[in-house]
Design a protein around this ligand. Structure first.
Ligand code: HAM
Length: 427
């Protein structure tokens, strides 16, 4: 019986994990520069958390969640996104008690959505996300967007646009909801069954229907921007002015509403215009959520955040020149059982001294072992035969200047240290 990975999941092999480690390190460095601290929350949460935070009528909750009963008959769900869990942890751990007033958190890890797999879209995928909780200042919305743009620029991605829009405050959203209902009511029977259900519960979700997306009623739907209160309009204008001051290029996209329910005010997406991304052109997205902390049982605390799909960022790295392989310090080549026993002691001792090293366990020929030395670009090869075991010495060959010397066992570390530091002069 041969097994294959479940549909929509992929194995990341050493060739790819190298790029992923680079990506993760870059994201951590940028987070550090923005004074954003890491939070790690569970991969699964109570199903109710996502129903409430993300919203029952969203595609994510109604069609895409991996939900299961555990042995204690609790309904649990593999997280489809990070914001709900982070906000739950923020409330549960009382992180809102913060003299700095703004709590800036980031997370990285797998998320799960039952979607149709295609390039850049998987069922298990990864997000890098940021949540900034505590302030409703437009500056914080802008900090999130600038951070998202910085990430894109650091990866050298070209032709990427920041799309922004506003959903406004609660009153704006209620006015808009009414406008949408008036707009859709006369033609409601032309829309799909899901949309008809969304109409009563949450007409905003009709706008991201995958079935009806080309329907003229959707194309001519009212725009949020026309239903803003004065305060909401002022917030958005300030966000735009701050982006202008920072000379951040953006596009006001009045069709952008995002697919999750918790948003208000600013929403944004980072979209690539490069054809290689195909249907996975939205590299990341986010926005403000001022009511979510309260809904999760915490004190009134505004928030704003975003998340990138890491597979999509990794696609960019795949197109870059592969980096040089990390070279190993030492490879040990034993000839015979006794030499192998001694090698195991030496490799252990060298690693304990902080060197990267490996040895042959497969009893291969000198030629085969030297090929491994080349593949690993090992700086030194240590060759041990029967004679060397008897005399308690090893042969150390520097692969850079090809000099080979016989060194007593007790001097190996000093010899290697000396040559790694001091270049290649051999006494
Ligand atoms: P989202 O737009 O649902 O937002 O997801 C963010 C990003 O995750 C997408 O732009 C996309 O790059 C990636 N993504 C989503 N689904 C998949 C998939 N099936 N395969 C590969 N990549 C995918 C959120 O999740 C919000 N929690 C973002 C946020 C944080 N808003 C505020 N704070």
């Amino acid at each position: 019986m041969a097994y294959s990975a479940p549909r929509g999941t992929v194995d990341l092999l050493p060739q790819q994990t190298k790029n992923w480690q680079y990506l993760e390190q870059l994201l951590r460095t940028i987070a550090f520069n923005y004074n954003v601290k890491e939070i790690r929350v569970p991969i699964f949460e109570h199903t109710e958390l996502f129903n409430r935070a993300v919203g029952d009528t969203t595609d994510v909750v109604s069609k895409e969640m991996y939900t299961f009963k555990d042995r204690g008959d609790r309904s649990l769900t593999l997280r489809p996104e990070g914001t709900a869990g982070v906000v739950r942890a923020f409330v549960e751990n009382k992180l809102y008690v913060n003299p700095d007033k703004l709590t800036k958190l980031y997370y990285m890890g797998p998320m799960f959505r039952y979607e149709r797999p295609q390039k850049g879209r998987q069922r298990q995928f990864h997000q890098f996300g940021v949540e900034m909780l505590g302030l409703e200042n437009p500056e914080v919305d802008v900090e999130c967007m600038v951070m998202a743009v910085t990430i894109i620029e650091s990866l050298g991605l070209q032709n990427v646009k920041l799309h922004i829009n506003t959903l406004g405050d609660e009153t704006s959203r209620e006015n808009y909801r009414q406008a949408l209902m008036n707009h859709f009511k006369p033609g409601l029977n032309e829309l799909c069954g899901d949309c008809q259900a969304r109409f009563e519960k949450n007409p905003l979700r009709i706008l991201d229907c995958k079935v009806d997306k080309a329907h003229p009623l959707i194309k001519t739907a009212p725009k949020t921007i026309d239903y803003l209160t004065l305060e909401a309009k002022a917030h958005f204008e300030k966000v735009c002015a701050l982006l202008d001051d920072l000379e951040i290029d953006y596009l006001v996209d009045t069709n952008l509403v995002r697919g999750l329910d918790y948003y208000c005010h600013t929403v944004f997406e980072v979209i690539s215009e490069d054809p290689t991304f195909g249907n996975a052109a939205t590299l990341g997205g986010g926005g403000r959520y001022n009511k979510l902390v309260q809904e999760m049982g915490g004190p009134e605390t505004p928030g704003v955040g975003f998340a990138f799909g890491m597979e999509r960022l990794a696609l960019a790295l795949d197109q870059m020149e592969p980096e040089e392989e990390d070279a190993l310090d030492i490879y040990i080549m034993p000839l015979g059982q006794e030499a192998r026993d001694l090698s195991l002691q030496i490799v252990t001792m060298l690693r304990a001294n902080g060197f990267s090293c490996d040895m042959d366990y497969a009893n291969r020929s000198m030629k085969a072992m030297f090929k491994t030395v080349d593949r690993l670009q090992a700086h030194f090869a240590i060759i041990i035969g029967e004679e060397e075991v008897k005399n308690e010495v090893v042969n150390i060959k520097c692969t850079h200047d090809k000099v080979q010397e016989t060194v007593p066992l007790e001097d190996i570390v000093a010899y290697i240290e000396h040559h790694l530091e001091g270049g290649h002069e051999h006494e």
